[in-house]
Ligand binder design. Structure first.
Ligand SMILES: NC(=O)c1ccc[n+]([C@@H]2O[C@H](COP(=O)([O-])OP(=O)(O)OC[C@H]3O[C@@H](n4cnc5c(N)ncnc54)[C@H](OP(=O)(O)O)[C@@H]3O)[C@@H](O)[C@H]2O)c1
Length: 311
């Protein structure tokens, strides 16, 4: 079966993207085929196209674009359990094989879970990568609990706002950085103390933290370390090969990826259903406008919150 998808045939700039026809391959035993209802744009989408992950993605083209989605299961492979045809699900793609910006996709069943029943497909598509990486940072790489003091750098971004809510749900005291225009949003999601990241040395006005979670990837490691209590941890979700290597020798430094939290997608859905976690959706667009919107967001001209393609 053929579908239209956003794809690229060389690593490189935004001009490599086009709408192309893609033949869905034969379903493997551990895979599911989804009719996509909504797919959310993530920074990962253009990082993959630029070639930042070419070592793991390889050189076979064309490659699809898009990772996070929500939709309805159309077919399941022979070994898939707990998910059946007709289920409403949300999830992501294998980082090596993106392609969620299409009306249909195939992904591994371990990357999906049942969609929370109290939110729309569009809202659900904003969750997978952001919520799972926040879960990994706060509950797997560090152990945030009710006596923890946490700083979330970029606290109103897609990852940051989910991280704030997850940490608050555990009862932690949560400080966050954002730009001045985002102060109201930070208050709305419950940030206890707000810092303007443009103010130099803002943290010197605060006590030290058990966890500094740099969602934005823009904090100097030395600055992050200077905000930590003696046994505190600095968590990075934008590591470079160099920071990963040197980090091996620094007990304060931790890095993680969304894949580490992916097995908690169903726990994330449960928190959403309990009203403890809410994704931030910016706007909805049509498939035909995807490339233009991707370019805008990549150039820092997108709206706050995730932009979602609706099918
Ligand atoms: N390792 C993984 O698996 C993984 C998973 C998800 C995301 N990521 C990465 O994490 C990053 C954030 O992703 P996202 O989806 O949350 O992006 P996003 O929604 O665009 O959020 C970015 C945030 O960074 C803030 N920010 C901008 N400049 C800043 C600065 N100088 N200091 C502190 N904060 C600043 C923004 O705040 P204002 O809006 O107030 O300017 C915004 O809150 C991306 O690089 C993404 O690729 C990694």
């Amino acid at each position: 079966m053929k579908v239209n998808r956003i794809q690229f045939s060389n690593y490189g700039s935004a001009s490599e993207m086009y709408i192309g026809e893609y033949g869905l391959p034969q379903l493997k035993a551990d895979e599911v085929q989804i009719s996509v209802k909504a797919a959310a744009i993530n920074p990962l989408d253009w990082k993959q196209r630029r070639g930042d992950m070419k070592l793991i993605m390889g050189k076979k083209f064309p490659k699809g674009i898009g990772n996070d989605f929500a939709g309805i299961v159309e077919a399941v492979g022979a070994n898939v359990q707990n998910i059946k045809v007709g289920d409403e699900v949300f999830g992501t793609m294998d980082v090596k094989k993106p392609g969620a910006f299409a009306s249909k996709l195939i992904t591994q069943s371990k990357f999906i879970a049942k969609k929370p029943t109290n939110i729309s497909f569009s809202e659900a598509s904003c969750l997978p990568i952001g919520a799972t990486v926040a879960w990994a940072a706060l509950f797997l790489k560090t152990k945030v609990h009710k006596n923890t003091r946490v700083l979330i750098n970029g606290c109103t971004g897609a990852v940051g706002s989910l991280a704030v809510q997850l940490a608050k749900e555990k009862g932690a005291w949560v400080a966050g950085t954002c730009s001045k225009t985002e102060t109201e949003e930070a208050k709305k999601i419950g940030v206890d103390k707000i810092f303007d990241y443009n103010e130099p040395n803002y943290w010197k006005k605060s006590e030290l933290f058990d966890v500094v979670f740099d969602t934005a990837g823009l904090m100097k490691q030395t600055d992050g370390f200077s905000m930590l209590k003696p046994n505190g941890k600095f968590v990075d979700i934008n590591p470079t090969p160099k920071s990963m290597l040197t980090g091996l020798f620094k007990p304060k430094y931790k890095f993680t990826f969304a894949t580490a939290g992916m097995k908690h997608l169903a726990d994330i859905a449960e928190l959403v259903e309990k009203g403890k976690l809410k994704p931030r959706i910016g706007k909805e667009i049509n498939f035909e406008n995807t490339i233009d919107e991707l370019i805008k967001i990549e150039n820092g001209k997108g709206v706050k919150g995730r932009t979602v393609i609706v099918f």
